[in-house]
Ligand binder design. Structure first.
Ligand SMILES: Nc1ncnc2c1ncn2[C@@H]1O[C@H](COP(=O)(O)OP(=O)(O)OP(=O)(O)O)[C@@H](O)[C@H]1O
Length: 492
């Protein structure tokens, strides 16, 4: 068997999903195979690259051992509850146990219609597939929990969106695809027996320690809250804007999922929004922690019947657990930003410094990524010309000087050799991010000219985002005014 499937969902009742078969692609072509990830999964990358692999990646052949399904889920989309969403274009081929013993899903996103497709065609367009591949692999390279990209293919079809576009499939790998929306699906149907089965399944798969707790479902809730707090703090620390934080896009495993209209901030501004479908700015950069807390409250509501036989007591337990989000987020957030400015140190000092810095950055239109990357060199020196690359990012460079006096005092108090501090900062401050204008140009090259060279070049740079790569200096630069991207489209 080329892929050693081991499908735990076979033990769940039939109303959790629908058995499907992927739609055949008429003329598939391989874009990319992720050799390292294939290796982790125990899959022979050469096989995957060859004709038999392409047949599986494009839905032409169901691999031995695969039992393809589409999963049922519901969700709040922009605050409105949809009781039935489900995988409308994603086909879960099956699960494998990776080399480290972790269970992982392998899914074809864009794999054809399912009973959950409603009016959709079950397909994905090439541009969003390339964006998801690139950004998810970038996030993984930075250590941000995320779904992964195992492969991408074009299907050989033209699909209709606002304009005709090439169809494509991304093979996505995830710790699981179980979402807050999966719990909401059964909660909306008041199916407590199904909720209990689902919760037990998630505990066994993602939070095994919770099984030993006095109240395993409360421990599950605490675990999911902690994972989301950490995840959203990590997003924030790299300028990531998810763009569509609906509850069906919150994986209970704590992985980032669904890179539809996501984007990275250039200048620091908490109000930044790119998604063209997010007109009210619900999912703006600076709103993400608040929205994560809101989404977790929806998750907690689904668990109330499991938390306590008494509803009032169940609600109380849920509320107490939700109260843990804000402190967990703050701890992760200030810890990550402290590392970005080269400090360990006392929580109160660093908090004031971080807040003052971010305020000055917002007022001075400072490029988020360049600032922190260059700050490492400034930290290793004693002011003077070493400060110039960071100072000059501020509209008013004296705003940096004022902040830097306090910062240097804090650095001195911690007494750490300059080069060691710089190296530590460079391990958390990427030199490269998927800048939106480069992502868009890469997509245009692929869609309009079938030129995948920009995709492969960007992927090579962005999977080593912490390394200085002088030959890729063009990718480090913020957009010139005429290159600025102001909206990303779901494009789907
Ligand atoms: N082209 C399509 N055909 C059928 N269903 C679709 C299509 N595009 C989106 N959907 C469905 O619409 C809902 C919301 O879509 P959304 O864009 O959030 O998810 P997605 O990107 O398809 O999937 P995921 O969340 O798994 O990454 C989901 O139920 C999804 O399956």
């Amino acid at each position: 068997m080329a892929i050693a499937f081991d499908n735990s969902y076979a033990r769940l009742p039939a109303h959790f999903f629908a058995a499907v078969r992927p739609l055949e692609s008429p003329a598939p072509r391989l874009i990319a195979v992720n050799d390292a990830l294939a290796g982790e999964l125990g899959i022979d990358a050469d096989w995957l690259r060859g004709p038999a692999g392409l047949d599986v990646l494009s839905g032409r052949v169901i691999a031995d051992g695969a039992t393809p399904i589409a999963q049922a889920y519901a969700g709040h989309q922009f605050g409105n509850f949809q009781p039935q969403l489900g995988d409308g274009r994603a086909v879960l081929l099956g699960e494998v146990i990776d080399r480290q013993g972790r269970r992982r899903d392998i899914q074809l996103k864009g794999g054809g219609q399912t009973p959950f497709s409603r009016s959709g065609d079950g397909r994905a367009a090439l541009g969003p597939v390339l964006r998801e591949y690139l950004v998810s692999e970038f996030m993984s390279a930075l250590g941000v929990p995320t779904t992964r990209a195992l492969a991408a293919v074009t299907t050989g079809e033209t699909i209709m969106r606002d304009t005709p576009l090439p169809g494509a499939i991304i093979t996505r790998v995830a710790a699981s695809h179980i979402r807050v929306g999966t719990f909401q699906f059964f909660a909306a149907r008041e199916d407590t027996a199904a909720l209990r089965l689902l919760a037990d399944h998630v505990i066994a798969r993602h939070y095994p320690d919770a099984a030993q707790a006095e109240n395993p479902y409360l421990a599950l809730l605490d675990g999911v809250i902690a994972a989301q707090a950490r995840l959203v703090a990590q997003w924030t620390s790299v300028g990531f804007i998810h763009g569509v934080m609906n509850t069906d896009n919150v994986a209970v495993s704590g992985e980032t999922i669904d890179y539809g209209p996501c984007a990275f901030m250039d200048d620091y501004d908490p109000a930044t929004v790119f998604s063209s479908i997010d007109r009210a700015g619900r999912y703006a950069y600076g709103n993400q922690p608040r929205i994560a807390a809101w989404n977790l409250a929806r998750f907690a509501e689904t668990l109330v019947p499991l938390l306590d036989p008494e509803e009032t007591a169940g609600v109380e337990r849920a509320q107490t657990a939700l109260g843990g989000f804000a402190p967990a987020f703050a701890e992760a957030y200030f810890g990550l930003f402290a590392a970005k400015i080269g400090l360990g140190g006392e929580a109160d000092t660093r908090r004031a410094l971080i807040e003052a810095l971010l305020k000055a950055m917002a007022e001075n239109q400072v490029d988020f990524t360049l600032f922190f990357r260059h700050l490492g060199a400034a930290a290793a020196a004693d002011g003077g010309s070493a400060d110039e690359p960071v100072r000059s990012l501020f509209v008013d460079p004296t705003a940096f000087d004022g902040w830097a006096r306090e910062w240097r005092a804090a650095l001195t108090a911690e007494a750490r050799p300059g080069p060691e501090r710089q190296a530590a900062m460079n391990r958390v401050n990427p030199a490269f991010i998927p800048r939106n204008h480069h992502v868009e140009a890469m997509i245009v090259a692929a869609v309009e000219r079938e030129d995948f060279a920009p995709f492969h070049r960007m992927l090579a740079v962005l999977t080593r985002p912490l390394d200085d790569q002088p030959e890729a200096a063009d990718f480090a630069m913020p957009p010139a005014p005429h290159e600025r991207i102001t909206a990303t489209f779901c494009g789907t």
